[in-house]
Ligand binder design. Structure first.
Ligand SMILES: Cc1cc2nc3c(=O)[nH]c(=O)nc-3n(C[C@H](O)[C@H](O)[C@H](O)COP(=O)(O)OP(=O)(O)OC[C@H]3O[C@@H](n4cnc5c(N)ncnc54)[C@H](O)[C@@H]3O)c2cc1C
Ligand code: SF4
Ligand code: SF4
Length: 367
């Protein structure tokens, strides 16, 4: 969205400033940017002054109204949750999918369904645990493999690096599941003037996200307490639990969230999006209701998949109780307000919102 900048600017304005989300959008598109675990680095300046890396990054200038118009054909009227068609609760009908899934298994059920129906040919997913604390992004080409990626790992993963690889192989009709910052980067790729294959992404499922953890510090914290490569499941139950639950082959441990917060990535403090506002479908938990997901349908493409999946008995839905919807709005709005406060704290200038460009009308509603 901002022409005339390249990897040197990315390094200075995003990586060195602690703003990188580790989304992976800049990885794999040039030989000079590398990722190790969740750490991204420019290893040598490339000299290009109008780079894809800078253009795709979710932490370089991002005009929210412009993206709204591109994706949804109009600007948002809902400041807390972004544009949407409907909000319901949903769960996978298949009990195996529900049991393997983080909550209601809706993400896995819909992904496998879209692949089996030929709506998408392959999907970029993130395998949460693979005998390592670090999640791995994978290209799943057969719907029977989708469940092997079920569950949540709260470490940020460079998932879009795998998308960049898939696009080089000219894979057609792709799906992706990602966190809000990853879906934002995907939409910036799709809006970019730079040639890339991201228009082949036909289904973007976004997860809700409050924050993600840095690999190194969290790994250090766990070492000595458990074997991080034995983790089978992580969960952050809704308030008032205020804890992180770690399930390993050797048993279950719980840590107060206050002990964990210091490992949250610094960029999450300036993150404006809790519900993946630019996805086709957004999925999170339903507070106080086990085994169900909150499902936000945002685009006609997303609605089509949901309508068919309901008709074919893949998922079931029911109305989201008003109290849950109201709390979701509050939580999302709180994240935006905190992000704005934190950004202004960092810049010292209420007119310098770092990567965010918001319309005056939106800003008035949030301040
Ligand atoms: C870092 C993080 C923070 C989250 N924070 C919240 C929150 O604050 N509130 C809330 O309601 N929900 C949050 N979620 C989402 C929630 O954990 C579930 O993923 C979501 O509700 C879908 O549930 P499901 O049963 O349909 O998932 P499943 O069917 O189990 O599918 C989960 C999907 O998540 C993907 N995934 C797992 N780990 C990662 C990762 N590190 N990066 C990218 N993709 C990944 C997998 O590819 C899989 O497709 C968070 C998820 C992550 C990864
Ligand atoms: S594109 Fe993603 S991985 Fe690259 S610098 Fe920006 S936030 Fe980090
Ligand atoms: S809080 Fe924002 S920046 Fe951090 S992982 Fe979640 S979506 Fe990405």
């Amino acid at each position: 969205m901002e022409a005339g900048k390249g990897s040197t600017d990315l390094e200075k304005e995003v990586l060195n400033a602690g703003l990188c989300t580790s989304c992976g959008a800049c990885v794999g598109i040039c030989p000079y940017i590398k990722v190790v675990k969740d750490r991204v680095a420019v290893i040598e300046p490339c000299g290009i002054t109008d780079g894809k890396c800078y253009d795709f990054c979710p932490r370089t200038l991002t005009d929210i109204s412009e993206l709204d118009r591109r994706i949804f054909g109009q600007e948002r009227s809902d400041s807390s949750l972004g544009p949407y068609i409907s909000i319901e609760m949903a769960q996978a009908k298949d009990s195996k999918t529900r049991n393997r899934g983080q909550y209601g298994g809706v993400v896995s059920a819909l992904t496998a369904y879209a692949m089996s129906k030929g709506e998408i040919g392959a999907t970029v997913l993130t395998k949460p645990f693979n005998e390592s604390l670090m999640p791995t992004s994978v290209l799943v080409e057969d719907s029977s493999q989708v469940l092997s990626c079920a569950g949540s790992n709260y470490i940020a993963s460079a998932t879009l690096a795998r998308l960049n690889e898939a696009m080089k192989q000219q894979t057609v009709s792709l799906g992706i599941v990602g966190m809000p910052c990853q879906i934002l980067a995907l939409r910036k790729m799709q809006a970019s003037k730079h040639e890339n294959g991201s228009k082949e992404v036909k289904l973007a499922i976004g997860l809700f996200c409050t924050w993600a953890l840095s690999y190194k510090s969290f790994h250090e914290f766990l070492k000595g307490k458990i074997n991080p490569s034995q983790i089978k499941r992580l969960d952050i139950p809704p308030p008032p639990a205020n804890k992180l639950v770690v399930v390993t082959e050797a048993g279950t441990l719980e840590f107060p969230l206050d002990e964990i917060r210091e490992f949250v990535k610094p960029t999450c403090g300036i993150c404006f999006d809790m519900t993946s506002e630019f996805a086709d479908l957004s999925v999170g938990m339903v507070e106080g209701v086990d085994d169900w997901n909150t499902l936000i349908v945002r685009t006609p493409e997303g609605k089509m998949i949901i309508d068919k999946a309901k008709e074919d008995g893949i998922i079931e839905t029911k109305p989201l109780p008003e109290a849950n919807l109201s709390h979701l709005r509050e939580a999302s709005l709180l994240k935006k307000k905190r992000a704005l406060d934190e950004i202004v704290k960092r810049t010292g200038d209420k007119n310098n919102l770092l990567y965010l460009r918001l319309s005056d009308a939106e800003l008035r509603k949030l301040r």
